[in-house]
Design a protein around this ligand. Structure first.
Ligand code: FCB
Length: 452
């Protein structure tokens, strides 16, 4: 069964990727090391001891991936730039070979009428800056980031009209600096808030430095977003859900759109309040052009005593008895509509792009084909809710599937497959999955509907 989906005529359908997860070639053509190069070569950090030295081998053969985008009929592509390819030490000397690589990529996309969306920072801090100032834990980092943004946009801004400053600042701050599951592997709640604040400051400074060199481009930021539900309707769990929402969602939304962090958050977390200097919040809340939203699933919050100060724990797994009838326990397509309602009602209805959404499935190759019906249905049901959000009045202008092809899924290594295209990690062979063929048909059908 397929539901008829219809989106506005100029709606963008794309796929998203990130440099570290696909490019490989960690030191080619003068690239500097990033914290993920270091982390992925640290014992015990990545599933099965894997690393991303080859990944999808995209750096050596970018055209192979671009042809796939074309075969999938997509009209947009979100990818990220590896900061240390362009500025190997993170500041100072520019590596023109790195810039040329991305410039060539952009030209290949434009030749095929695919709109590029570039993320400037998808977690791969240059190792040199980690050593110099602790990466985003350092107060100088926002300025280094704005300078790097300016260098890139100066070269590509004539052709690339959509720029995302940061990808998921919450994840980089939390998994990288609180739990230590991601690079740089720091485990310190004070570092978490420093990083979160400096990331937002970096975003604000980059908005300014980008506009200075390319006033006509659109600049946004991508946040991970979670509808948060109490594990059960008891006052303590309800309170934990409100608190988790402040921590995971509102800190970022309120900082960016209201120029203030939620006071209620620091009532409980008073020892961790980051140092906010005069003027910081004005920089952070400078107007920007769009909100990028990465949405996969909701979270359930529980009150717990054993996490000091936080007293809350969140989990993607719902309480027993709750599950999506077709997609399984963690899926929650309705979240698309709920989140957009929030942006409409509480944040002045910004322009939104869904910059990531997708499903992890244990794909099997059968006679050279991958029948990933579950992924297709997942995308379809999330799109139904997204179309509904637009009908409700939200200004959503595009949707990017995570991801183009199976790639290096951070600390899970190659164990998770999320692509529309299957990748044999032994020989780099690619096979378009059934979901990919279905997406291609959906996008082609949209263009015929809109030409009626
Ligand atoms: C997001 C990341 C992306 C990918 C997906 C599955 O949090 O932005 O790189 O790992 O999750």
């Amino acid at each position: 069964m397929t539901t008829l989906l219809q989106f506005p005529a100029d709606f963008l359908f794309g796929c998203a990727t990130a440099a570290f997860q696909i490019e490989g070639s960690p030191s080619a053509d003068g690239k500097g090391k990033s914290i993920w190069d270091t982390f992925s070569h640290t014992r015990g950090k990545i599933h099965n001891g894997e690393n991303a030295d080859t990944a999808c081998d995209t750096y050596r053969n970018p055209e192979r991936d671009i042809i796939l985008l074309d075969e999938l009929s997509l009209n947009a592509y979100r990818f990220s730039i590896a900061w240390s390819r362009v500025v190997p030490e993170g500041r100072g000397r520019v590596n023109h070979k790195g810039l040329d690589y991305y410039s060539h990529l952009v030209d290949m996309l434009l030749e095929r009428k695919i709109t590029p969306f570039i993320t400037l920072f998808h977690w791969d801090t240059p190792q040199a800056l980690q050593e110099l100032c602790g990466g985003f834990a350092g107060r100088d980092m926002p300025s280094y980031f704005a300078d790097y943004g300016e260098i890139v946009v100066k070269t590509l801004g004539d052709r690339v009209k959509y720029w995302i400053t940061l990808n998921e600042p919450w994840e980089h701050a939390f998994f990288g600096h609180f739990t230590g599951e991601h690079a740089p592997g720091v485990h310190n709640p004070w570092a978490y808030f420093k990083v979160a604040h400096h990331e937002l400051l970096g975003h604000g400074k980059a908005v300014e430095s980008i506009r200075a060199v390319a006033p006509d481009v659109k600049v946004g930021i991508t946040l991970s977003q979670f509808p948060i539900y109490p594990y059960s309707e008891t006052p303590l769990h309800q309170d934990a859900a409100r608190f988790a929402d402040l921590f995971m969602n509102r800190f970022y939304l309120d900082g960016l759109y209201r120029g203030q962090y939620p006071e209620a958050l620091f009532k409980r977390l008073w020892p961790f309040r980051p140092k906010v200097e005069p003027g910081d919040m004005d920089i952070i809340s400078r107007p920007f052009d769009f909100l990028g939203v990465n949405y996969y699933t909701r979270q359930y919050a529980r009150h717990v005593w054993y996490v000091p100060f936080f007293q809350a724990w969140v989990d993607r797994d719902p309480p027993p008895g709750i599950s999506h009838p077709e997609l399984g326990p963690q899926a929650y397509p309705e979240g698309m509509r709920e989140l957009n309602k929030r942006y409409r009602e509480e944040y002045d209805n910004p322009v939104v792009y869904i910059t990531e959404n997708g499903a992890e499935i244990e794909d099997v190759v059968e006679n050279g084909e991958i029948h990933d019906w579950g992924r297709q249905r997942y995308i379809e049901l999330y799109l139904v809710e997204l179309a509904q959000a637009i009908a409700d009045g939200s200004d959503v202008r595009g949707y990017f599937i995570w991801t183009l092809m199976d790639n290096f899924e951070w600390s899970s290594g190659f164990s998770k497959r999320m692509g529309l295209v299957y990748v044999n990690h032994q020989n780099q062979e690619r096979i378009i999955k059934d979901s990919g063929h279905w997406v291609a048909g959906l996008v082609r059908a949209q263009s015929s509907i809109s030409h009626l």
